[in-house]
Ligand binder design. Structure first.
Ligand SMILES: NC(=O)c1ccc[n+]([C@@H]2O[C@H](COP(=O)([O-])OP(=O)(O)OC[C@H]3O[C@@H](n4cnc5c(N)ncnc54)[C@H](O)[C@@H]3O)[C@@H](O)[C@H]2O)c1
Length: 258
């Protein structure tokens, strides 16, 4: 078994997940990445994690596929021997934004299948491994951090399926926090606001304008490092009497203003 603590980060081939993996490897974690992208195409991003000198495993898989999920978790336990942190970050936006009066079953299945069902069963699988390892590894305090979104509570009628999926992630946080508390496994959630990544690059002009006009009290884009720092706080053991807790990393977007 590795001496390092081990963090699984889903969707860490790029964007927010990559930022989280970089931060946790800087803090000494071995990193296991689960992502659907071709490893060759994201090698630069993976090198940025490897740069910190800790072990990095890349597994290409689809979070909606149960065989992929099982093969990955089996490989992590085989190669690394423990899971200290699971960061549920992999997620998608709808392929096309469509009004809720027009959107299709296909789009609902795509977004909910990855963001909600995939994340639920990934969490279930890893949680069961965590419950077992607690008996075998003295002092281990596994944690789960879900990356939801301000869309968990904000209506965007042109991408309702995304909002529904993120509201669902928040309930996954609550449910697993409740269920796993007896094992000392805490479950947390980071709620990003508008973060500059490939996902949002297609709507850059729209958000540049909204941020400039004061949509968020802190007038700037968020970056993957902002989310990574919040994940790092949850993993730090400084919040061990808190579970089911949420940090908004959104430049103050969630504040009601008059
Ligand atoms: N960018 C933002 O403004 C923002 C805001 C709020 C929440 N989020 C959430 O943060 C997370 C990361 O977003 P991002 O902006 O970095 O997006 P991104 O598209 O850059 O990264 C998402 C990653 O998830 C992976 N992924 C997608 N489908 C997958 C699947 N079926 N199986 C395995 N991996 C899969 C992708 O390959 C990619 O590497 C998402 O859950 C997103 O909903 C993003």
């Amino acid at each position: 078994m590795l001496e390092n603590r081990v963090a699984i980060v889903t969707g860490a081939a790029r964007g927010i997940g990559n930022g989280i993996a970089r931060q946790l490897s800087k803090e000494g974690y071995a990193i296991a990445v689960f992502d659907i992208l071709d490893e060759q195409k994201v090698n630069e991003n993976l090198d940025a994690i490897r740069e910190n000198g800790q072990p990095v495993m890349y597994f290409r898989g689809d979070i909606t596929n149960s065989d992929d999920r099982k093969a990955f978790v089996g490989k992590v336990m085989n190669d690394f021997g423990r899971i200290d942190v699971l960061v549920n970050n992999a997620g998608v936006a709808p392929k096309v934004r469509m009004d809720i009066l027009e959107t299709t079953e296909e789009s609902i299945d795509f977004v909910l299948g990855i963001n909600l069902k995939g994340t639920f069963f990934f969490t279930q699988l890893v949680a069961n491994v965590m419950i077992k390892e607690i008996e075998d590894i003295p002092g281990i305090r596994p944690k789960i951090v879900n990356i939801s979104s301000m869309s968990a509570y904000t209506s965007s009628t042109s991408r309702g399926e995304y909002c529904i999926s993120k509201a669902g992630i928040s309930m996954i946080t609550t449910l697993f926090a409740d269920r796993l508390a007896e094992y000392g496994i805490n479950v947390y959630e980071v709620r990003p606001g508008i973060i500059y990544t490939d996902m949002t690059s297609v709507v850059k002009d729209k958000y540049d304008k909204l941020i400039g006009e004061g949509l968020t009290p802190i007038k700037r884009w968020g970056y993957p490092e902002d989310i990574a720092n919040a994940v790092s706080v949850f993993c730090s053991d400084k919040l061990n009497f808190s579970t089911g807790e949420v940090i908004n990393v959104d430049g103050g977007f969630h504040i009601r203003r008059l």
